[in-house]
Design a protein around this ligand. Structure first.
Ligand code: ADE
Ligand code: ZN
Length: 330
């Protein structure tokens, strides 16, 4: 009975996952062919060879380009269904999936197409695989707040149709120079509308962005948040209020937030009593799905069964599932 099998069998939620970041090179090529799109790479191997990132932006450039092969409802379904099969293999019981509609609507894809494909896969995952999910519509922070408002307005007519899934709002893309304050008004509006709120903060950006995401945007969870360590008072606040940090170890190595997994602060945050959990972020680009993130972290940071149990329990506790439903897993 290996540590991997122990961890696989722990009920786990994945709370920080960009569905466009699950698009594997083979599916990129398959969809490009199906949609008569010519890629700037002759084959899968040369595309994959380009996955050598120096920072967040160098990744985002390829990630947005890769998403350009998604045209039809079936494309969004195929991408999302492939993720659910991986999730099942890793022992995930619940997932809260981020998607970036602006990446698609800017290319002339209808908002309905994006929702319909992802939602069909999520509903099928619930009925056929027993995996529940929610959707987190995420605004791209390199674009304006006006663009975020327009995206919200374009999505709201679909809210009733997808009310079983779309319950939350997120904020992602280029962090530096795009602080939480830029989105204060649209977050206030989303809050009035009754959405749950999360935001990326403290990945490449400073600890002050984590504070601002909490104070100005009123988010309940911080995506990444690893740079919080630079601010002792913030660390105390995060611990006292059990604020969830959705940490993504392999992502942080690939995007050079830390030099190696041995230097990652996951274990430090855990030992300081912070509510951290492990997630895969963009697994097709970062070399591992959820269970790989757990296992490589365990190996590099000498995590024991008790740590892995805590991380898995934190993921479920920090999910947006109703209390009664969480308790069936905890
Ligand atoms: N979009 C997809 N992955 C992201 C990440 N790790 N940080 C910010 N935006 C993202
Ligand atoms: Zn992310």
């Amino acid at each position: 009975f290996s540590l991997r099998e122990f961890t696989r069998q722990l009920p786990k939620a994945e709370l920080h996952l960009h569905i466009e970041g699950t698009l594997e090179p083979d599916l990129i090529f398959k969809l490009a062919q199906r949609n008569h799109i010519t890629l700037p790479y002759p084959d899968q191997a040369s595309l994959q060879a380009a996955y050598q990132f120096t920072d967040l932006q160098s990744f985002l450039d390829l990630y947005y380009a890769g998403a350009g092969v998604l045209i039809t409802e079936q494309d969004f379904f195929d991408m999302t269904w492939a993720y659910f099969l991986r999730a099942q293999a890793d022992g995930i019981v619940h997932t809260e999936i981020m998607f970036d509609p602006q990446t698609h609507t800017a290319r002339g894809i209808a908002m309905e197409t994006v929702f319909a494909g992802i939602a069909r896969a999520a509903r099928q995952a619930k009925s056929e695989l027993g995996i529940s999910s929610y959707l987190i519509l995420s605004f791209l922070r390199h674009l304006s707040q006006a663009d975020a408002f327009a995206t919200l307005d374009a999505a709201l007519p679909l809210r009733n149709q997808y009310s079983d899934l779309w319950i939350a709002i997120g904020l992602d893309s280029s962090e530096k120079g795009n602080p939480p304050a830029k989105f204060e008004k649209v977050y206030a509006r989303c809050r009035e509308l009754g959405f749950r709120l999360v935001a990326h903060a403290g990945e490449e950006g400073p600890a002050s962005y984590v504070r601002d995401a909490l104070q100005l945007l009123n988010v309940e969870r911080i995506d990444h948040g690893v740079r919080s360590q630079d601010d002792p008072a913030l660390m105390q606040y995060l611990a006292d209020h059990a604020i969830s940090l959705t940490v993504c170890p392999l992502s942080n190595i690939k995007l050079k937030v830390f030099d190696s997994l041995h230097q990652h602060n996951l274990k430090h945050l855990l030992d300081r009593g912070l509510n951290v959990c492990v997630n895969s972020d963009d697994p097709a680009y970062f070399g591992g799905y959820l269970l790989d993130n757990y296992m490589q972290s365990a190996q590099a940071l000498n995590l024991q069964q008790a740590d892995l149990r805590t991380l898995a329990a934190n993921s479920l506790r920090s999910s947006f599932l109703p209390k009664e439903q969480k308790q069936t897993w905890l």
